[in-house]
Ligand binder design. Structure first.
Ligand code: M6R
Length: 615
């Protein structure tokens, strides 16, 4: 949700910034802008629409070559996505420029106060106040770092601000609260950005900034303070992937590449989780002891979107393996309903980005009530794991397509690990039982690969159904969240009406919308849970009796189910609880191919942003 970058060093700042914005465009693509300081003067350009529009603008009206600058790619909140609302925002004397990510909640009062003192505003954004405030505080303090701290103290809400001024060549300043910011440590150059992707081509050494911290970078110096000016403690880490992970590598879309990366992503997530006695070991459980885990009497999973569906899958597994009651809740609803949480509650939060504001606020609430929080997260150094008691990292590598794919599969895999670990610690399962399940989990990457090898079958189906406007997805048990995920993928990137239902709910209302020819994807549980499977076979008939076209996802060899299908998608055999890891894959491929066939921007679908850092 908005990507921001700052650079200072010997390279062409505009080039570094535009390349960085290109890598962060997944965060927002309503407008883009850049500002630099060259020869003691500020110069800037900004344009509505994708980064390509800004590049064209810079060809028509170039800005001077410089060695220090800031950039922004926007997902609009306050003010329409038009040129004037694009960042950077500039002070009235054209000496200070800022870019902002987040929402400044008290901007209306600040704007009124600034206007009363003679400041002229040129945009409808909440962000512009920060430019005028930084100009004012700079005049008062004479230095960028105390000035940005003073600005931060005046703001409420969520923000990362990055600023430059014509009066301080060689300096870029930033501050953060509830919004991401990392520092890239270079040799004779330094970087600031919302995401390491922005500077991964230049450095893999990263400093993560804590809550309410500010930073000043020069080519050779990085100074981090708290907002009160005291020196701040920081964490430094090395990014263990490189630029190739952030490139399409021959695929047409990042989403397709990420779907095909799933065998490796799942294998990496499962890697190194056992000790010599073949017991599960989750090293990252640091702040939560086995004793803590034995004390809990309730588990609450909070997450959003696809991560929430991963949580729904987890509920079935965790309750089955641990016999501890497990609730799953959409993070944006959680704290507003006054949930019953206490120190015996374990809160599990799932987030690919680690920056989702709704999820962050939910875990803060849970911790305030005394609950321990475990994060399942893909992004090292992000806010959610930093504010949790423990973290299980999914090792999926960067996910750039806005539609989450490898994020989902690795989240589900990590949830299984957590469920089994809880069962082990609480003595609910013998180690050989756990080993049987982890053994099966380890076969999953190979099974996913088998499905990917048959992608053309799914692509053919997408081509056949490209004219359809309505799609239904049905599943029972863990197939239900898979159905929801299949429908979400289609909505997000193909912009088609798609709904997922618990198959048993169909007859309680939704069956009325089925029309002749309507595609209905039905996920059939594998053999072994025959009562469950038989019920879904009946659902196939209910759909067909109303003229619906039953596209049946079922394990190879289930002839009875296959005979009932209008169209068949064969799945490899896995046990019921693990089926989401294979059943989701064809639905991802289907959505990706359908969206591509319809001519949509698969990686940057309309109205969406990858990392949702506002509530
Ligand atoms: O980064 P997170 O996992 O916290 O993101 C949560 C949702 O915003 C995310 O899963 C969203 O629903 C995806 N675009 C779905 O594909």
């Amino acid at each position: 949700m908005c990507g921001i970058i700052g650079y200072v060093g010997p390279q062409d700042a505009q080039q570094v910034i535009l390349d960085g914005l290109a890598r962060m465009e997944y965060r927002g693509y309503d407008s883009a802008g850049v500002a630099v300081v060259a020869d003691g003067r500020l110069a800037w350009a900004k344009k509505a629409g994708k980064l390509a529009n800004l590049r064209s603008e810079l060809e028509i009206a170039p800005i001077p070559k410089a060695h220090q600058g800031i950039g922004h790619t926007r997902w609009a909140t306050h003010g329409a996505p038009v040129d004037v609302n694009a960042h950077p925002h500039v002070s009235n004397d054209a000496a200070v420029a800022i870019v902002h990510n987040g929402i400044i909640e008290n901007f209306a009062e600040l704007r009124a106060e600034l206007e009363a003192s003679g400041v002229t505003f040129t945009s409808e954004t909440d962000s512009e106040v920060a430019a005028h405030l930084l100009s004012r505080e700079l005049a008062r303090t004479g230095e960028l770092l105390p000035a940005i701290c003073a600005v931060a103290d005046l703001l409420s809400g969520a923000f990362t601000l990055v600023g430059i001024t014509a009066d301080k060549p060689g300096e870029v300043v930033a501050a953060r609260r509830n919004s991401p910011l990392v520092v890239g440590v270079g040799q004779g150059e330094n970087f600031l950005a919302s995401d390491v992707l922005a500077f991964i081509a230049h450095t893999r050494e990263v400093i993560e900034l804590g809550q309410d911290q500010a930073v000043l970078i020069t080519p050779t110096r990085i100074t981090v303070t708290n907002f009160d000016g005291t020196p701040a403690e920081t964490n430094t880490y090395h990014v263990d992937w490189d630029t190739s992970a952030a490139e399409k590598g021959g695929y047409d879309w990042f989403m397709r590449k990420e779907i095909f990366e799933q065998p490796k992503a799942v294998a990496d997530t499962l890697l190194g989780r056992y000790n010599a006695r073949r017991e599960l070991v989750l090293d990252e459980m640091r702040g939560i002891s086995p004793e803590d885990l034995r004390r809990i009497n309730k588990i609450v999973i909070v997450a959003c979107g696809t991560a929430y569906y991963a949580g729904m899958v987890a509920k079935y597994a965790v309750e089955h393996w641990t016999r501890v009651p497990c609730e799953v809740e959409v993070a944006s609803e959680f704290r507003y309903r006054d949930p019953i949480i206490d120190p015996q509650t374990l809160c599990v939060t799932i987030s690919q980005s680690g920056e989702t504001a709704d999820t962050l606020m939910a875990i803060r609430h849970a911790r305030e009530q005394g609950a321990k929080v475990i994060a399942i997260c893909n992004t090292n150094g992000s806010t959610i794991p930093r504010e949790s008691d423990a973290v299980i990292y999914t090792h999926a590598g960067p996910e750039i397509g806005v539609a989450s794919t490898k994020g989902f599969l690795t989240q589900v895999a990590a949830c299984y690990l957590l469920g089994l670990y809880l069962a082990q610690v609480r003595g609910m399962k013998y180690s050989d039982e756990i080993f049987t399940i982890t053994n099966e989990l380890e076969r999953v990457p190979g099974l996913v690969q088998e499905l990917l090898d048959r992608a053309e079958e799914i692509y053919d189906l997408a081509h056949q159904l490209a004219g359809q406007k309505h799609f239904i997805f049905l599943g029972r048990h863990v197939g239900y969240p898979v159905a929801l995920e299949g429908a979400l993928k289609l909505k997000e990137i193909a912009y088609q009406h798609a709904e997922g239902f618990a198959a048993g709910e169909l007859k309680h209302g939704p069956i009325a919308i089925i029309e002749p020819g309507m595609p209905v994807f039905i996920i059939v549980p594998p053999s072994g849970r025959d009562q469950l499977r038989d019920k879904v076979l009946s659902n196939i008939q209910e759909v067909q009796a109303r003229g619906g076209r039953a596209i049946v996802l079922v394990e190879a060899g289930d002839q009875e189910a296959a005979n009932r299908a209008d169209q068949l998608i064969e799945l490899p055999h896995v046990s019921t609880l693990l089926q989401p890891l294979v059943a989701t894959v064809p639905l991802q491929l289907f959505a990706c191919e359908l969206a591509a066939t319809l001519g949509h921007d698969v990686d940057q679908p309309r109205n969406l942003a990858k990392s949702v850092t506002v509530e």
